[in-house]
Each structure stands twice: as C-alpha cells, then as structure tokens.
Design a protein around this ligand. Structure first.
Ligand SMILES: [Zn+2]
Length: 173
C-alpha cells in the first residue's frame, strides 16, 4: 500500500481498497478524496493489414508496445482526446473514425498506487503521412495485426490483448 501527501494539510494518507466508490480520507484534517477511475482515449490506426504501434526505446518498459493515447482532459470529447493524443504522439491526422470499444485497466502512479482507468478506443484508417513520435524515447512502427498475439508479453497494458482481438473482429466486418 502506498501513501501520498494530503492535498490540504500535507499529512501522509493511505489508499484503501474498501468502499464504493473508493474514498480516501485524511486522518488529520478529514479531507475526503473520491478515488474515481480516470478516463483515457486511444486511437488504433490501421494501414492495410498492419496497425501503428509505439515502441519504448529506453527504460522503464523498454521494448514495450503501446497504442497512441492518453488521459482525457476536462471538457474534451472522447473522440477529440483520441485525435489529440494521436497528433501529439505521432504527428498523424486521420479522417473518419469508428467506435471500437471500452476496456478497464489500471495505471501505477509512483507514491500513490494503482488508479483504475477507463480506456476508450476509436479505429481509424491511415490516410497519409509518416508517423513521427514526438517523444524521442519511442519509435513508431507498423505491425501486422494477425501476428500481434505473439507480442502479448510486450504489451504495455493488460487490456491490449482484448483490444486487438476486437480490432481483428472489426477488420473482418
Ligand atoms: Zn489533510
């Protein structure tokens, strides 16, 4: 179990797995934090029979695979967030997108612990442009969708396994 400073008084508070929704109460000032899930948006871009993956070039998680995506900002639409993350992380813009799916997962924040995440995905066809990762700790690569299950151990997130099963299903339609 990990602790973090209370946002009001600074006392170390600890998260509890009990309660629905989870609540975190500061033992000193009684400040109450609602530990709700965090929403994330991702874009699966398909080009022929391949999909765009980001590969981490350095530690931590060197060699791990991820799809373009990230946390949704306040006031954004889910689709808008997925497009923004794609543009920020790869420089690519896509045309029409289709809804792909929703997946639960979790994200580890040092000093705080695991946050539950809600991961929303859209599917897009590549139109033009060469992906250029903004982050020099990553490279972008087109990987064959049919062989992705062989890369399971390299996935950054648990839900990517189910995500790409759904991508395969969507591509058969
Ligand atoms: Zn406090």
């Amino acid at each position: 179990m990990s602790g973090f400073p209370c946002p009001v008084c600074g006392r170390t508070v600890r998260r509890s797995a009990r309660g629905r929704p989870r609540k975190i109460v500061c033992p000193r000032c009684r400040y109450r934090l609602h530990d709700y899930p965090r929403p994330c948006a991702g874009m699966v871009v398909v080009k022929g029979d391949t999909t765009l993956m980001l590969v981490r070039a350095h530690e931590p998680r060197k060699g791990r695979l991820d799809t373009p995506g990230g946390f949704i900002e306040a006031g954004e639409s889910i689709e808008g967030a997925a497009r923004r993350e794609l543009l920020e992380e790869t420089g690519l813009r896509v045309g029409r997108v289709t809804w792909l799916g929703f997946y639960w997962d979790r994200y580890y924040l040092k000093g705080f612990g695991y946050l539950p995440t809600m991961n929303f995905y859209y599917l897009a066809r590549w139109r033009s442009g060469t992906p250029r990762p903004s982050d020099d700790a990553a490279t972008a690569t087109w990987m064959p969708i049919a062989a992705l299950h062989e890369q399971r151990a390299r996935f950054s997130w648990k839900h990517m396994d189910r995500l790409f099963r759904d991508v395969k299903r969507a591509m058969r339609r």
